[in-house]
Write a protein that binds this ligand. Structure first.
Ligand code: SF4
Length: 437
């Protein structure tokens, strides 16, 4: 028995309401169970109850054992003064001590008594068995064995909820970055830089974007060589080239001048922060930085590129940049190859739309209080092909069709935020399986 199960019983009123009385003998009628509180404080807010025919409006606190009210010292916490019902699975309080009658009773901070409602005897045993069976299942997706029996509408509705939750979470990160920069262009530039790290080099790319402000790069936007010189120079990667060639010499010369002029040298990264191990050459930080330099120098406003265009194929095309000519036959400095593929590929461009552009639109929707940007974020994901990974493979084996990035993003969120921590009762699919009559 968990408190999550108790919340579920109360939220959906899955218990026997016949002659509902508190342990103190007061009659209870539930007019509204209230709303689940995800934050600190009582578990349900704004409930409405008739207790002994008097209407009460306030909060509900749930515990598996009645003694937890006293153990958690809620009686001394003013945040619990508006609790109108103590909901418990079982009342484990000792018989009242006639000499100290209040010590085991739930009271508010002013000493007033709280009514307690016990649910154990009012709950159908099969409800609890279904819940136990679901949460005890060993599968990575605990409902795997029952998934195909779930109504498709419930699955769709849960995926919508998961996708929105994912977008809101990522949008909160974007807004936090905007709070730091107070500038949407700089925010987009930093987000994009981190995305160009493609997970393994996200941290050094984030450091580099803070060390070389966009405004500085844009002053020399018309010279790709100078943009490259500032990024490569400040990255520290020019310092470790064993066999410098003419291109490296030119970048070093430019960086000596521009780095001193804009004070970049003091913030230069040590070369060891960059990771190379187990990376395919197409993902080497040198090539990714060369692509990033081209993208920044191609666009006076990255923000307009991402927020001003409402068409995924058009943005994808603009993202698929070709870096400067040196990178046609190099993956790293001083080592020529005839196998180079310098253009930013379709998969990487799609990744940027999913992980940078959609969250940016969602954050901007909040910033401007304009829901159409959120609709565009969702529309963008619906236009893009699905990602493929072990999580989406799991879902596909259960028969879930994953066709667009909307589907893959939603199913990844469902897996990570609900299935893995076994929050099945907060999931519409799990709630329908446990509550099925
Ligand atoms: S969280 Fe939902 S989808 Fe995931 S295992 Fe539980 S019931 Fe199934």
């Amino acid at each position: 028995m968990t408190e999550a199960f108790l919340y579920f019983l109360w939220q959906f009123q899955y218990f026997d309401h016949t002659a509902l009385i508190t342990t103190e003998g007061e009659t209870v009628q539930v007019l509204h169970p209230g709303f689940r509180n995800p934050n600190a404080g009582p578990d349900f807010l704004n409930a409405r109850l008739l207790i002994n025919d008097v209407e009460w409006a306030g909060n509900v606190e749930a515990h598996t054992r009645a003694s937890d009210w006293v153990a958690h010292r809620h009686g001394y916490d003013r945040a619990y003064d508006n609790v109108i019902l103590h909901l418990v699975w079982t009342d484990d309080r000792p018989a009242l001590d006639p000499l100290r009658p209040m010590t085991s009773r739930p009271t508010r901070s002013d000493g007033s008594l709280l009514p307690t409602l016990e649910l154990q005897a009012r709950t159908a045993p099969d409800l609890l068995s279904r819940y136990n069976a679901l949460t005890a299942a060993p599968d990575q997706i605990p409902c795997a064995g029952q998934f195909r029996a779930v109504e498709p509408l419930r699955i769709t509705s849960m995926l919508d909820k998961a996708l929105l939750q994912r977008l809101e979470r990522k949008a909160a990160d974007v807004r936090a970055m905007y709070e730091t920069t107070q500038d949407w262009e700089e925010t987009v530039y930093r987000l994009l830089a981190m995305n160009f790290g493609f997970k393994i080099n996200t941290d050094p790319m984030a450091q580099l974007s803070r060390a070389v402000p966009l405004k500085t790069l844009l002053k020399h936007r018309n010279s790709i060589r100078q943009v490259e010189a500032m990024l490569f120079g400040c990255s520290g990667l020019l310092d470790e080239v064993a066999q410098p060639d003419g291109y490296v010499d030119e970048l070093r010369r430019e960086y000596r001048f521009l780095g001193a002029k804009f004070g970049l040298i003091d913030n230069q990264l040590p070369p060891h922060v960059w990771k190379w191990g187990r990376l395919r050459p197409a993902n080497f930080p040198t090539l990714r930085l060369a692509q990033f330099a081209r993208l920044v120098s191609n666009h006076g406003s990255l923000f307009s590129l991402f927020v001003g265009i409402d068409d995924a194929p058009a943005i994808l095309k603009k993202l698929q940049v070709t870096p400067s000519e040196y990178w046609a036959d190099h993956y790293r400095f001083g080592v020529a190859t005839n196998k180079a593929a310098p253009v930013l590929g379709m998969a990487s461009a799609t990744n940027i739309l999913i992980n940078t552009v959609a969250p940016l639109l969602a954050a901007y929707a909040h910033h401007r209080d304009r829901s159409e940007y959120m609709d565009r974020a969702i529309g963008l994901l619906e236009q893009l092909p699905a990602e493929k990974n072990t999580i989406t493979d799991h879902w596909e084996t259960l028969g879930l069709g994953i066709r667009t990035a909307f589907d893959s993003q939603a199913s990844i969120e469902l897996f990570n935020a609900f299935c893995t921590p076994k929050k099945c009762l907060s999931c519409q699919i799990g709630a329908s399986l446990v509550g099925a009559r």
